[in-house]
Design a protein around this ligand. Structure first.
Ligand SMILES: [Zn+2]
Length: 500
């Protein structure tokens, strides 16, 4: 059986650790000054190197002749008796405990008895407790006693992916280090260096793609690389996406360009095609989110797509919110295509501004017969629903309040602000029950504004701005300007069902 690459390429020295420089430097400096703690807490997401770092620390404190590395900081020599025993996995002074399967008080009691035994080979005995948050309350209490009075030869290293479940009493006894997701570019470079050693022809694009899929986890990145390494020849994005069943990120970007170009039907057809081909929808959404996040972080002049370059931060954040929603839905949805179609349609709406809408609005004549029929039926329904055609234009004062309101919400909740920007002020009533009516074009916008936590934010802001306890009400509307060419398609109908 071949060794998994995650184990094969596990860092043997601090210089090999990927993407956790802040932790590496702190630990090495402490080693340099001989300030070794008795209890450490490593927290952070899975697969980012917590256990690896714990082992490396164990190796360095027991190394018989530590060397100085390129940064002139201490590192295990790799040659002494202890380092070699460690690398071969024959070290008796390092005990690893998986708290997920040894979570009870008895397991920790055994540990408490054992900690008094002296180390056999090195200076220290190191206990690494992985997933420490899984311990029971009683086990934590027992562990606390050991942490309060640790024998001088003992180092406890606790690792967790869920710091929220570790009691404060434990946290306060430890030196805490927070591990981060490994940035995409760092992970990609790491994959390129491993490929070199494995004699693989991985392209830069292929490396970026694998790093993307691994979403910051070094362990996942290596296991994906191992998976695609069975292919001969060049490993580029198309080979990798074929093998892993993904749509290449640049195709995903083109799909987003369709949204910005107001090509909703084309975009939906593209998704349908991908689905028919059996792509991994969850991964595709992750690519969408990655692209959006890159766009948010880049100034328009640095964005590599001309079509997406002029999107505002609010438009991008609004779209991110929609795709994030789709990602949460898709795992449990009986029809995974629908959350994607809904998110895509919402993106088109958020990105295509009203001026452009007017310019590209389609006359009745141009709408295919099937759609005309649908619209006719829909309009019939509208007469009895809350959908109303709006013609009221707010005065300057009202308009000013509306703008201030949106500005006030923006720093608190960008998504809500984006919804308000797509909505319009319909009415302000100052009587017995002061209220403000907002017109929104989509049910999911209405629902978002009406969520209790959101209403608190919105109504508090109105109170701050006006001194009046306005209640916020929402109506579904079609603006007078585009009511002549309203296109309510099946997807919006679907959305209405899901939003209800
Ligand atoms: Zn050594």
């Amino acid at each position: 059986m071949t060794l998994t690459w995650y184990r094969k390429w596990r860092p043997q020295s601090y210089a090999d650790v990927v993407g956790q420089d802040h932790v590496v430097l702190s630990l090495q400096r402490a080693l340099q000054k001989n300030l070794i703690g008795h209890a450490y807490l490593f927290c952070g997401p899975r697969g980012v190197g917590k256990t690896t770092m714990a082992r490396l620390l164990a190796k360095s404190v027991n190394c018989l002749s530590p060397i100085n590395d390129d940064r002139n900081l201490p590192s295990p020599c790799g040659n002494c008796q202890n380092c070699q025993a460690f690398d071969q996995g024959n070290i008796l002074d390092v005990v690893e405990i998986d708290a997920a399967s040894n979570r009870g008080i008895d397991d920790i009691r055994v540990l408490r008895e054992k900690v008094h035994l002296s180390p056999l080979q090195g200076k220290f005995k190191i206990y690494i407790i992985d997933e420490v948050h899984m311990l029971t309350k009683e086990a934590f209490n027992a562990l606390l006693k050991t942490l309060e009075e640790p024998p001088v030869h003992v180092i406890m290293i606790l690792a967790t992916t869920d710091i929220g479940k570790v009691p404060d009493t434990i946290i306060s006894r430890c030196q805490r280090f927070d591990f981060h997701l490994i940035p995409n570019s760092v992970l990609a470079n790491y994959l390129l260096s491993v490929s070199k050693k494995e004699k693989l022809e991985l392209t830069q694009g292929g490396a970026s793609m694998l790093a993307d899929v691994a979403s910051g986890s070094g362990r996942d990145a290596l296991s994906l690389l191992q998976q695609v390494s069975v292919n001969d020849g060049i490993l580029d994005e198309s080979i990798i996406s074929d093998q892993l069943g993904f749509v290449p990120p640049d195709h995903v970007k083109q799909m987003l360009e369709l949204a910005a170009l107001d090509e909703k039907n084309k975009g939906l057809m593209v998704w349908k095609e991908w689905f028919n081909k059996g792509i991994d929808p969850e991964q595709s959404i992750r690519f969408v989110l990655r692209i959006l996040s890159d766009l948010i972080n880049l100034a328009p002049s640095n964005r590599d797509s001309e079509i997406l370059a002029n999107l505002t931060i609010d438009q991008l954040l609004g779209a991110s919110e929609e795709w994030g929603w789709a990602l949460r839905q898709i795992r449990f949805h009986p029809e995974p295509y629908l959350p994607i179609a809904i998110a895509f349609s919402a993106t088109v709406r958020l990105w295509v501004n009203s001026d452009k809408n007017k310019k590209s609005s389609i006359t009745q004549k141009q709408i295919p017969v099937v759609e005309q029929k649908f619209i006719a039926e829909n309009h019939k329904n509208n007469e009895t629903s809350t959908l109303s055609v709006v013609s009221w234009k707010p005065g300057d004062k009202e308009q000013e309040l509306w703008s201030k309101f949106i500005d006030d919400i923006k720093p608190r909740n960008r998504t809500l602000a984006a919804v308000l920007q797509n909505a319009q002020l319909l009415e302000i009533q100052n009587g017995d029950q002061p209220h403000l009516v907002v017109g929104v074009r989509f049910p999911f916008h209405r629902d978002r504004l009406q969520e209790i936590k959101n209403r608190v934010i919105l109504e508090n802001s109105l109170k701050n701005l006006t001194g009046v306890d306005y209640q916020l009400r929402c109506n579904l509307v079609v603006s007078a300007a585009d009511s002549g060419s309203v296109r309510t398609d099946l997807l919006e109908a679907t959305k209405e069902i899901f939003a209800a």
